[in-house]
Write a protein that binds this ligand. Structure first.
Ligand code: BES
Ligand code: MN
Ligand code: ZN
Length: 496
């Protein structure tokens, strides 16, 4: 898909489909513009019939038989004084959904750009079209001709101002696409070693450094918590460590993603309504982290060294699988009584966090589909954020807001630590059901050096959507990639 800005007037534009954003109450004034474009004498009648006034999210599609323009989708943007860049994103997304076979060749977008900084508006809208039109046909034997928008023109923008921002759409959207494809891939295809291969592909294509620790090497590191989960599966674990090095390293950060390519629950098997069939997406954190790696490798931030870490494995049941009640030892020496084998993510993350701390970074952020409790608390549009560091919290929230990804800071209630106290080991891996996402975060905290700023983002709800949403068709969302990329690019310093 080729996206470009063109400085043409709307009435000089030609293409097969046009998305026109209309501010509330301005349609009368703009009629003459659209009339010269399509010479439809009934246009004003059509707006009246549909009661289209440009109210937010109002939509009117009009098809034409004659001429090159086959369809115009008018999308209401609401009142000018309330207009946000997110409204442009949504309107672009609504319009893009109206693209059907035959109209897809060239898409024009005509929005009131002047209300915004041109480059941010161009970026947001181009990105919205790319992300909305994503379709995964990899596993269809007979892929019906999928709709492809070949060309997108943002009409009436300054070519220079918008151009620089538009160049960044591709690396970022490719990162989101990678994350979506990894999450949607079934567990018999995306195994732990296949995930390592995907990291290797990135390393080769973009010149990142790659280290894969196999089971033996992880044993040497003393990663008893991670390996205890992995040994319940016939598939070997892969501990993935990718590194992006900038020209001059001023900051060093580590991103960790939970990478359970399937979570059956183990002997605490997922039964009843626990949706075992969905648990291919339990590597959503690792997908976001590798997606961010894909984008960062191409965008090349100048001062920040970034490490991408995934302790990949499966949570399965064989004769060597964890018994509920087993005691395991993590690589920082802490012992854990596994009172529930379905709380496996935190066991794998424990060793990943210890490994990350040894790199002595300026900050660590982990993303994980960690708890069902987080889905209950925040739903599928908002991820939970836990950190003791206010500065890191602010930076991540601002990065997420800029990306239009939902995030909400949750309490790190230290007194709840009593819930994960074990009578026989240092810790147990689960606490009581109430506040289950908080005790999960507190458990992770036990494996992070207190001098290193650290944040945990629970994406159990946000990594997947059961319905079409703005920018994200039903399925894997790629949540987190854009937040991480925004954060890394603006990362400066966090004091602890
Ligand atoms: N991967 C799940 C969490 C999950 C649940 C993600 C639903 C997405 C949707 C995690 O490994 C898990 O099973 N957590 C348990 C923890 C419990 C045993 C304390 C849960 O949330 O039920
Ligand atoms: Mn689980
Ligand atoms: Zn899990």
């Amino acid at each position: 898909m080729q996206i470009s800005a063109i400085s043409k007037e709307i009435n000089e534009w030609s293409g097969s489909l046009l998305i026109a954003g209309v501010l509330e109450g301005t349609i009368e004034n703009q009629l003459h513009l659209f009339n010269t474009l399509i010479k439809d004498t009934y246009l004003s009648q059509k707006f009246n019939d549909a009661k289209f006034e440009g109210k937010k999210n109002q939509k009117l599609s009009i098809e034409f038989i004659e001429g090159t323009i086959k369809k115009i989708v008018f999308v209401g943007l609401g009142k000018a004084e309330n207009l946000l860049i997110d409204d442009l994103r949504k309107a672009a997304s609504i319009g893009t959904r109206q693209v059907s076979p035959g109209y897809e060749a060239k898409l024009g977008i005509f929005f009131p750009w002047d209300a915004f900084d041109q480059s941010s508006a161009a970026f947001a809208v181009g990105e919205a079209v790319r992300l909305t039109s994503f379709k995964d046909i990899r596993f269809k034997s007979d892929p019906k001709e999928s709709i492809q928008i070949k060309e997108v023109e943002l009409i009436g923008l300054d070519v220079k101002l918008a151009g620089i921002a538009i160049a960044e759409i591709n690396p970022i959207c490719e990162g989101v696409k990678l994350a979506r494809e990894l999450v949607a891939a079934p567990p018999n295809f995306l195994t732990p070693s296949q995930l390592a291969k995907e990291a290797e592909k990135l390393a080769i294509e973009f010149g990142l450094d790659l280290k894969i620790l196999d089971q033996k090497e992880c044993e040497k590191e003393g990663m008893g918590a991670y390996l205890a989960v992995a040994k319940g599966s016939d598939l070997k674990p892969s501990f993935i460590h990718l590194k992006y090095s900038p020209k001059i390293t001023k900051n060093k950060i580590v991103l960790i993603g939970k990478g359970l390519t399937f979570d059956s629950g183990g002997y605490n098997l997922k039964v009843g309504a626990s949706q075992i069939e969905k648990m291919k997406y339990d590597m959503g954190g690792s997908a976001s982290v590798l997606g961010a790696a894909r984008a960062i490798a191409e965008l090349k931030p100048i001062n920040t060294e970034v490490h991408f870490i995934v302790a990949a494995c499966e949570n399965m049941i064989n004769g060597s699988a964890l018994h509920p009640g087993d005691i395991v030892k993590a690589s920082n020496g802490k012992t854990i009584e596994v009172n529930n084998t379905d709380a496996e993510g935190r066991l794998t993350l424990a060793d990943a966090l210890v490994y990350a701390c040894k790199l002595q970074p300026d900050a660590i952020v982990d993303l994980a589909t960690l708890t069902g409790a987080c889905v209950i608390a925040l739903g599928d549009e908002i991820a939970g954020l836990w950190t003791d560091n206010d500065q890191l919290s602010e930076q991540l929230i601002s990065a997420a807001n800029k990306a239009g990804e939902g995030i909400w800071r949750m309490p790190m209630q230290d007194s709840y630590k009593a819930g994960i106290k074990s009578s026989i080991a240092d810790l147990q891996n689960t606490g009581p059901r109430p506040g289950g996402s908080i005790t999960a975060a507190l458990f992770l905290k036990e494996f992070v050096k207190s001098s290193i700023p650290w944040a945990h983002i629970d994406i159990a709800g946000t990594c997947w959507t059961e319905k079409d949403r703005d920018l994200t068709p039903k399925g894997a969302t790629g949540y987190g990639v854009r937040t991480l990329v925004n954060w890394i690019r603006e990362f400066n310093f966090i004091s602890n």
